[in-house]
Design a protein around this ligand. Structure first.
Ligand SMILES: *Cc1c(COP(=O)(O)O)cnc(C)c1O
Length: 345
Protein backbone atom coordinates (compact mmCIF):
# COMPACT_ATOMS: atom_id res chain seq x y z
CA UNK A 1 0.00 0.00 0.00
CA UNK A 2 1.53 3.25 -1.18
CA UNK A 3 -0.38 5.90 0.71
CA UNK A 4 0.15 7.28 4.18
CA UNK A 5 -2.14 6.09 6.97
CA UNK A 6 -3.86 8.72 9.07
CA UNK A 7 -5.24 7.33 12.32
CA UNK A 8 -7.80 9.52 14.07
CA UNK A 9 -8.48 8.66 17.70
CA UNK A 10 -12.18 9.42 18.23
CA UNK A 11 -11.84 8.37 21.86
CA UNK A 12 -9.25 11.11 22.37
CA UNK A 13 -11.56 13.67 20.73
CA UNK A 14 -14.34 12.55 23.09
CA UNK A 15 -11.98 12.78 26.09
CA UNK A 16 -10.88 16.28 25.04
CA UNK A 17 -14.50 17.39 24.71
CA UNK A 18 -15.27 15.97 28.18
CA UNK A 19 -12.27 17.75 29.66
CA UNK A 20 -13.26 21.10 28.12
CA UNK A 21 -16.88 20.49 29.14
CA UNK A 22 -15.78 19.88 32.73
CA UNK A 23 -13.96 23.25 32.69
CA UNK A 24 -16.82 25.18 31.07
CA UNK A 25 -19.44 26.90 33.18
CA UNK A 26 -22.29 26.40 30.71
CA UNK A 27 -23.14 24.16 27.76
CA UNK A 28 -20.20 22.95 25.65
CA UNK A 29 -20.74 22.91 21.90
CA UNK A 30 -18.25 21.78 19.26
CA UNK A 31 -16.82 23.65 16.34
CA UNK A 32 -16.75 21.27 13.35
CA UNK A 33 -16.20 23.65 10.44
CA UNK A 34 -13.92 22.57 7.57
CA UNK A 35 -14.99 18.92 7.95
CA UNK A 36 -14.16 18.87 11.66
CA UNK A 37 -10.80 20.58 11.13
CA UNK A 38 -9.96 18.14 8.37
CA UNK A 39 -10.49 15.02 10.46
CA UNK A 40 -13.89 13.95 9.06
CA UNK A 41 -17.19 15.29 10.38
CA UNK A 42 -18.90 12.05 9.42
CA UNK A 43 -17.00 10.19 12.14
CA UNK A 44 -16.25 13.00 14.60
CA UNK A 45 -19.79 14.37 15.00
CA UNK A 46 -21.56 11.08 15.88
CA UNK A 47 -18.79 10.39 18.43
CA UNK A 48 -19.30 13.81 20.02
CA UNK A 49 -23.08 13.28 20.07
CA UNK A 50 -22.54 9.98 21.87
CA UNK A 51 -20.62 12.00 24.47
CA UNK A 52 -23.58 14.37 24.92
CA UNK A 53 -22.64 17.26 22.63
CA UNK A 54 -25.76 18.72 21.00
CA UNK A 55 -24.74 22.07 19.48
CA UNK A 56 -22.37 22.32 16.53
CA UNK A 57 -20.88 25.27 14.68
CA UNK A 58 -19.90 25.41 11.02
CA UNK A 59 -18.63 28.26 8.86
CA UNK A 60 -21.17 28.29 6.02
CA UNK A 61 -24.67 26.99 5.25
CA UNK A 62 -23.40 24.38 2.78
CA UNK A 63 -21.37 22.75 5.56
CA UNK A 64 -24.42 22.94 7.80
CA UNK A 65 -26.61 21.11 5.28
CA UNK A 66 -24.07 18.29 5.04
CA UNK A 67 -23.79 18.21 8.82
CA UNK A 68 -27.57 17.86 9.17
CA UNK A 69 -27.47 14.65 7.13
CA UNK A 70 -24.72 13.36 9.45
CA UNK A 71 -26.09 14.52 12.79
CA UNK A 72 -29.81 13.89 12.34
CA UNK A 73 -32.66 16.01 13.66
CA UNK A 74 -31.54 16.30 17.30
CA UNK A 75 -28.45 18.46 16.78
CA UNK A 76 -28.49 22.25 16.83
CA UNK A 77 -26.41 23.49 13.92
CA UNK A 78 -25.23 27.11 13.95
CA UNK A 79 -23.64 28.91 11.01
CA UNK A 80 -21.00 31.57 11.79
CA UNK A 81 -21.25 33.09 8.30
CA UNK A 82 -24.90 33.96 8.92
CA UNK A 83 -27.62 34.31 6.28
CA UNK A 84 -25.99 34.97 2.91
CA UNK A 85 -27.81 35.68 -0.30
CA UNK A 86 -28.87 32.30 -1.74
CA UNK A 87 -28.77 30.54 1.66
CA UNK A 88 -32.47 30.71 2.46
CA UNK A 89 -33.45 27.27 1.11
CA UNK A 90 -30.44 25.58 2.71
CA UNK A 91 -31.13 27.20 6.08
CA UNK A 92 -34.82 26.31 6.01
CA UNK A 93 -34.50 22.78 4.65
CA UNK A 94 -31.67 21.78 6.97
CA UNK A 95 -33.06 23.71 9.96
CA UNK A 96 -29.81 25.65 10.40
CA UNK A 97 -29.38 28.58 12.76
CA UNK A 98 -27.55 31.50 11.14
CA UNK A 99 -25.57 33.88 13.33
CA UNK A 100 -26.66 37.24 11.88
CA UNK A 101 -23.59 39.42 11.35
CA UNK A 102 -24.90 42.68 9.90
CA UNK A 103 -28.02 44.76 9.45
CA UNK A 104 -28.26 43.43 5.87
CA UNK A 105 -28.24 39.83 7.09
CA UNK A 106 -30.82 40.63 9.76
CA UNK A 107 -33.10 42.23 7.17
CA UNK A 108 -32.66 39.27 4.81
CA UNK A 109 -33.41 36.75 7.54
CA UNK A 110 -36.48 38.54 8.90
CA UNK A 111 -37.97 38.93 5.46
CA UNK A 112 -37.09 35.49 4.02
CA UNK A 113 -37.55 33.32 7.12
CA UNK A 114 -39.45 35.43 9.66
CA UNK A 115 -40.30 32.49 11.91
CA UNK A 116 -36.99 30.63 11.70
CA UNK A 117 -34.49 30.66 14.57
CA UNK A 118 -31.35 32.77 14.45
CA UNK A 119 -28.47 33.96 16.60
CA UNK A 120 -26.59 37.23 16.56
CA UNK A 121 -22.83 37.66 16.30
CA UNK A 122 -21.45 40.88 17.78
CA UNK A 123 -18.10 42.44 16.98
CA UNK A 124 -16.25 43.27 20.20
CA UNK A 125 -13.05 44.42 18.53
CA UNK A 126 -11.76 41.67 16.26
CA UNK A 127 -13.27 43.40 13.24
CA UNK A 128 -13.85 40.20 11.33
CA UNK A 129 -17.49 39.11 11.70
CA UNK A 130 -20.37 40.49 13.69
CA UNK A 131 -22.48 43.58 14.23
CA UNK A 132 -20.78 46.76 15.36
CA UNK A 133 -22.04 48.34 18.57
CA UNK A 134 -23.97 51.01 16.63
CA UNK A 135 -25.69 48.41 14.37
CA UNK A 136 -26.63 46.41 17.43
CA UNK A 137 -27.97 49.47 19.24
CA UNK A 138 -30.25 50.11 16.25
CA UNK A 139 -31.40 46.51 15.87
CA UNK A 140 -31.64 45.03 19.34
CA UNK A 141 -35.16 46.27 19.97
CA UNK A 142 -36.30 44.50 16.81
CA UNK A 143 -34.25 41.31 17.26
CA UNK A 144 -34.44 40.57 20.98
CA UNK A 145 -38.24 40.08 21.17
CA UNK A 146 -37.79 37.35 18.55
CA UNK A 147 -35.75 35.34 21.06
CA UNK A 148 -32.34 34.79 19.43
CA UNK A 149 -31.00 31.30 20.11
CA UNK A 150 -27.62 32.81 20.99
CA UNK A 151 -25.85 36.15 21.20
CA UNK A 152 -22.14 35.61 20.68
CA UNK A 153 -18.81 37.23 19.98
CA UNK A 154 -15.28 35.95 19.31
CA UNK A 155 -11.93 36.70 20.98
CA UNK A 156 -8.97 37.76 18.86
CA UNK A 157 -6.13 36.94 21.31
CA UNK A 158 -7.47 34.19 23.59
CA UNK A 159 -4.39 32.03 22.97
CA UNK A 160 -2.35 34.70 24.81
CA UNK A 161 -3.79 34.73 28.35
CA UNK A 162 -2.01 37.93 29.34
CA UNK A 163 -3.02 39.92 26.29
CA UNK A 164 -4.92 43.08 27.20
CA UNK A 165 -7.34 42.49 24.32
CA UNK A 166 -9.04 39.68 26.28
CA UNK A 167 -10.24 41.91 29.08
CA UNK A 168 -11.10 44.65 26.62
CA UNK A 169 -13.33 42.34 24.57
CA UNK A 170 -14.92 40.86 27.70
CA UNK A 171 -15.80 44.36 28.81
CA UNK A 172 -17.16 45.31 25.37
CA UNK A 173 -19.23 42.11 25.25
CA UNK A 174 -20.70 42.72 28.72
CA UNK A 175 -21.64 46.24 27.68
CA UNK A 176 -23.33 45.08 24.50
CA UNK A 177 -25.32 42.28 26.16
CA UNK A 178 -26.62 44.28 29.11
CA UNK A 179 -30.31 43.50 29.50
CA UNK A 180 -30.13 40.60 27.01
CA UNK A 181 -31.83 37.46 28.28
CA UNK A 182 -30.82 35.22 25.37
CA UNK A 183 -28.03 32.68 25.98
CA UNK A 184 -24.58 34.22 25.57
CA UNK A 185 -21.32 32.84 24.16
CA UNK A 186 -17.81 34.28 23.97
CA UNK A 187 -15.31 31.44 24.44
CA UNK A 188 -13.67 29.09 21.96
CA UNK A 189 -10.85 26.80 23.19
CA UNK A 190 -8.64 29.69 24.32
CA UNK A 191 -11.52 31.46 26.04
CA UNK A 192 -12.39 28.35 28.07
CA UNK A 193 -8.81 28.33 29.39
CA UNK A 194 -9.05 32.02 30.34
CA UNK A 195 -11.50 31.11 33.11
CA UNK A 196 -15.09 31.41 34.23
CA UNK A 197 -15.50 35.11 33.44
CA UNK A 198 -15.31 34.21 29.77
CA UNK A 199 -17.66 31.22 29.73
CA UNK A 200 -21.19 32.66 29.83
CA UNK A 201 -23.87 30.14 28.76
CA UNK A 202 -22.15 28.26 25.97
CA UNK A 203 -18.56 27.63 24.89
CA UNK A 204 -17.61 26.53 21.38
CA UNK A 205 -14.22 24.81 21.30
CA UNK A 206 -12.68 23.57 18.08
CA UNK A 207 -8.91 23.06 18.09
CA UNK A 208 -8.78 21.74 21.66
CA UNK A 209 -11.03 18.83 20.69
CA UNK A 210 -8.57 17.86 17.97
CA UNK A 211 -5.53 17.95 20.25
CA UNK A 212 -4.13 21.37 19.37
CA UNK A 213 -2.73 24.36 21.28
CA UNK A 214 -3.61 26.29 23.33
CA UNK A 215 -5.20 23.24 25.05
CA UNK A 216 -1.83 21.74 25.93
CA UNK A 217 -3.41 19.11 28.20
CA UNK A 218 -5.29 17.62 25.23
CA UNK A 219 -4.90 13.97 24.38
CA UNK A 220 -3.18 13.54 21.01
CA UNK A 221 -5.71 12.75 18.29
CA UNK A 222 -3.83 12.07 15.06
CA UNK A 223 -1.11 9.70 14.01
CA UNK A 224 0.29 9.79 10.49
CA UNK A 225 2.48 6.93 9.28
CA UNK A 226 4.19 7.21 5.89
CA UNK A 227 5.26 4.01 4.10
CA UNK A 228 8.86 3.69 2.99
CA UNK A 229 8.87 3.16 -0.77
CA UNK A 230 12.61 2.76 -1.21
CA UNK A 231 15.88 2.84 0.73
CA UNK A 232 19.32 3.54 -0.68
CA UNK A 233 22.91 3.99 0.39
CA UNK A 234 24.31 7.44 -0.38
CA UNK A 235 28.08 8.07 -0.39
CA UNK A 236 29.68 11.00 1.43
CA UNK A 237 29.40 14.07 -0.80
CA UNK A 238 26.30 12.90 -2.73
CA UNK A 239 23.20 15.08 -2.69
CA UNK A 240 19.51 14.24 -2.14
CA UNK A 241 16.42 15.70 -3.75
CA UNK A 242 15.47 18.85 -5.69
CA UNK A 243 17.97 21.66 -5.72
CA UNK A 244 20.73 19.53 -4.16
CA UNK A 245 20.12 21.33 -0.87
CA UNK A 246 21.25 18.37 1.29
CA UNK A 247 24.66 16.79 0.94
CA UNK A 248 25.75 13.65 2.84
CA UNK A 249 28.54 14.40 5.33
CA UNK A 250 29.09 10.68 5.85
CA UNK A 251 28.06 7.48 4.11
CA UNK A 252 24.30 7.56 4.70
CA UNK A 253 21.15 5.55 4.35
CA UNK A 254 18.19 7.45 2.89
CA UNK A 255 14.56 6.31 3.06
CA UNK A 256 12.05 7.78 0.63
CA UNK A 257 8.54 7.90 2.12
CA UNK A 258 5.20 8.39 0.42
CA UNK A 259 3.63 11.82 1.12
CA UNK A 260 4.52 15.37 0.23
CA UNK A 261 3.22 18.87 -0.03
CA UNK A 262 0.21 17.68 -2.04
CA UNK A 263 -0.80 15.79 1.13
CA UNK A 264 -0.59 18.86 3.34
CA UNK A 265 3.03 18.38 4.43
CA UNK A 266 3.97 21.84 3.24
CA UNK A 267 7.51 22.48 1.99
CA UNK A 268 8.14 24.84 4.89
CA UNK A 269 8.19 21.94 7.40
CA UNK A 270 11.60 20.98 5.96
CA UNK A 271 14.21 22.52 8.20
CA UNK A 272 13.73 20.99 11.63
CA UNK A 273 11.25 18.19 11.11
CA UNK A 274 12.01 14.59 11.99
CA UNK A 275 10.19 11.34 11.36
CA UNK A 276 9.96 8.66 13.99
CA UNK A 277 10.77 4.97 14.01
CA UNK A 278 9.22 4.07 17.36
CA UNK A 279 10.76 6.73 19.60
CA UNK A 280 13.88 7.26 17.49
CA UNK A 281 13.99 10.51 15.52
CA UNK A 282 15.26 10.52 11.92
CA UNK A 283 15.82 13.91 10.25
CA UNK A 284 13.93 14.89 7.14
CA UNK A 285 16.60 15.78 4.55
CA UNK A 286 16.38 17.65 1.26
CA UNK A 287 13.27 19.33 -0.04
CA UNK A 288 9.75 18.07 0.47
CA UNK A 289 8.43 17.07 -2.99
CA UNK A 290 4.81 16.85 -4.10
CA UNK A 291 4.45 13.16 -3.23
CA UNK A 292 7.70 12.19 -1.51
CA UNK A 293 9.88 13.01 1.48
CA UNK A 294 13.46 11.83 2.01
CA UNK A 295 14.66 10.87 5.48
CA UNK A 296 18.11 10.14 6.91
CA UNK A 297 17.78 6.72 8.54
CA UNK A 298 21.54 6.04 8.82
CA UNK A 299 21.37 5.69 12.61
CA UNK A 300 18.52 3.16 12.63
CA UNK A 301 19.56 -0.43 13.15
CA UNK A 302 16.65 -1.59 11.04
CA UNK A 303 13.92 0.40 9.34
CA UNK A 304 10.35 -0.85 9.47
CA UNK A 305 7.77 -0.50 6.74
CA UNK A 306 6.84 3.08 7.62
CA UNK A 307 7.95 6.17 9.53
CA UNK A 308 5.65 8.40 11.63
CA UNK A 309 5.53 12.14 10.97
CA UNK A 310 2.66 12.79 13.43
CA UNK A 311 2.73 10.72 16.63
CA UNK A 312 2.99 11.05 20.40
CA UNK A 313 6.55 12.44 20.04
CA UNK A 314 5.67 15.02 17.37
CA UNK A 315 2.19 16.53 17.38
CA UNK A 316 0.45 18.92 15.02
CA UNK A 317 1.83 21.93 16.92
CA UNK A 318 5.41 20.66 16.63
CA UNK A 319 5.01 20.33 12.87
CA UNK A 320 3.33 23.72 12.77
CA UNK A 321 6.17 25.40 14.65
CA UNK A 322 8.69 23.80 12.28
CA UNK A 323 6.73 25.27 9.36
CA UNK A 324 6.10 28.69 10.91
CA UNK A 325 2.35 28.13 11.08
CA UNK A 326 -0.30 26.91 13.55
CA UNK A 327 -1.73 23.46 14.28
CA UNK A 328 -5.07 24.50 12.72
CA UNK A 329 -3.42 24.87 9.33
CA UNK A 330 -1.56 21.55 9.55
CA UNK A 331 -4.79 19.70 10.47
CA UNK A 332 -7.01 21.32 7.86
CA UNK A 333 -4.38 20.70 5.16
CA UNK A 334 -4.14 16.92 5.73
CA UNK A 335 -4.81 15.62 2.26
CA UNK A 336 -7.39 13.29 0.74
CA UNK A 337 -4.83 10.67 -0.34
CA UNK A 338 -4.26 9.19 3.11
CA UNK A 339 -5.98 5.99 4.11
CA UNK A 340 -7.97 6.96 7.19
CA UNK A 341 -8.43 4.71 10.19
CA UNK A 342 -10.73 5.69 13.01
CA UNK A 343 -10.19 4.17 16.43
CA UNK A 344 -12.05 4.72 19.70
CA UNK A 345 -15.53 4.90 18.14
C1 LIG B 1 -13.23 28.57 14.63
C2 LIG B 1 -14.05 29.30 15.63
C3 LIG B 1 -14.22 28.78 16.92
C4 LIG B 1 -13.41 27.62 17.45
O1 LIG B 1 -12.13 28.12 17.75
P1 LIG B 1 -10.95 27.22 18.34
O2 LIG B 1 -9.83 28.18 18.55
O3 LIG B 1 -10.63 26.22 17.27
O4 LIG B 1 -11.43 26.59 19.57
C5 LIG B 1 -15.15 29.40 17.74
N1 LIG B 1 -15.81 30.52 17.35
C6 LIG B 1 -15.62 31.07 16.13
C7 LIG B 1 -16.37 32.30 15.75
C8 LIG B 1 -14.72 30.50 15.24
O5 LIG B 1 -14.53 31.05 14.03
Amino acid sequence: MGTGRLTVDLGAIAANWRALDAMSAGETAACVKADAYGLGAERVVPRLMKEGCRTFFVAVAEEGARLRSIAGPDARICVFGGHMEGDTDLLRNAALIPMLNSPAQAARHLSALPDAPFGVQLDTGMNRLGMEAADWADLRAELLPRDPVLVMSHLACADEPNHGMNGQQLHAFRDMVQGVHAPLSLAATGGILLGRDYHFDLSRPGIGLYGGAPFTAAEPVVRLALPIIQERAVAEGETVGYGNIWKAKRPSKIATVSAGYADGLIRAIGRSTVLYHDAQACPLVGRVSMDLITVDVTDLEATGAALDILCADQGVDDLAIAAGTIGYEILTSLGPRYARDYVGA
